[in-house]
Write a protein that binds this ligand. Sequence first.
Ligand SMILES: [Zn+2]
Length: 545
Amino acid sequence: MVRVVAIGLDGATWDLIKPWAEKGELPTFKRLMENGSWGHLESTIPPVTCPAWVSMLTGKNPGKLGIYYFRQPDWEQFVMKSVKINWSEYLPLWKILNSEGYYTNIINTPTVTPTPDDYKGVYVQCPIMGSNSFDEFVYPDFVRKLLKEMNYERLVPGNPHTLGWDKYLEKVYEVVQKKAELALNLFENTRWHLFFFTIFYTDQIMHYFWHYMDKNHPKHVPSKYKDTILEFFKFVDSIIEKFLNKLDKNDILMLVSDHGHGPMYKEVNYNMYFSQLGLLNFKSNVVRKHKTREIIYKVLGKLYHTPVGIIVDRINLLSVKKAKISNEAERLRSKFDFIDWQNTVAYNPTVNAIFINVKGREKYGTVPRKDYYKIREKIIKKLQELKDPETGKPVIKKVWVKEEIYSGKYFDSMPDILIEPIGETFYINYGFDNLWKFRLFSEPTPLTYSTHTRRGIFLAYGPGIKKGYKIENAKIYDIAPTILHIFGLPIPNDMDGRVLMEIFEEDSEFAKRKPKYVDPSYYEKKQEDEKLKKAIKNLKLKGKL
Ligand SMILES: [Zn+2]
């Protein structure tokens, strides 16, 4: 029987992996590229960990999920709220497979939070949006015991500034090593058909160490950390090799990432631009208050980069500074009461996403629906005109409108305009999160000198998969349908992705088999039956039947 092993590498990009593999630095990647099918995997827009993994595991675009970032505006409570991923509504891959009797092991994949009631297999939630309770993030009981025995750590407690760069790296290796050991143990000792194991720290290592590697980065300094990212990928390569050596003859291995990575040079806050244009108005006391805070931030912010700053930060003095600013910063990033909504047309709450203050949708909407397209065009034109005063060059490469990207149930509550900056990643935007700086352009925050591109990775290897084949136009939505097709299962017709048929060898059963589509109710009914069966079994076990 066919089994699928998917290894997720958060933020991985061929832009780094391909040249390293070709040079022989990453022998397992090289071997897999020569003997498998591979190519870019286009992420969601914006390419953010949440929703990207959710889209991958459901085959659905963010308009069907209602998710475009970790925190989103909640118009009823008038706050920014952490999103709650309602997996039971989305019919994710594992639910489909479980309802067909297949076992799924999902280990450490960001945003993925199964629940035990109708689950078949093992899960260990990732700290990224997983439950904080030890009892909730692991299933079933024997794995919980195993984790205790291993002293399994979910998370590296801190970052290079708080732990020190060497200690941080030491800790990352330790934590990832343990996660890999756990995954390899479960790989060998449990029953599964889909095994999904994700390494999250690839993303953090790139965020933190990119500028040491990248000689063209304005923050580049010669450093002993110049090869840290490469070294970490060598470590990842060795973990993948261990899985590769354990594959059965019918197993198919996939490598996937939720998005790619690229260098980031500056921060831009479109709220400040809208404020200059009169499209957004702050309440008058807000800006004044921040003038003084900004001076404190500037002085201490400069110190942050120096060895003195790092020591001071480690003994938590800068945290005092942060705490002073952070109450206010927290208010700005979470509450909406600093904006004069009756005099606001557009705002930028989350990464590269612009909302129009639409009447009837927003609590204090000002733009009537009939003027929506006219106003949106005006805003887009203004965004395209925005130039970096330092370079005189445009900031934005492409502006998307929502109907080019999203469709589905949540379409109306999705952002109206999406932005792709020049170089895709050269300008980062955090919306309300970094509004407290009150600057249109600012230095990037330390520890984030790279950010996400839309080009993630895809690779498939195994019997029936073409060797050395370069696939074009693979999208994050295609993973779920492709896996279902490999299992010979019909694809719910509300998935946005397609089966990546071109990766299959012509004489393989996968190529000969035509993708089948069904109404999602086909699986929903099966799921209900499975739930009922499980409930009866539990009652029997408890001796109540
Ligand atoms: Zn990510």
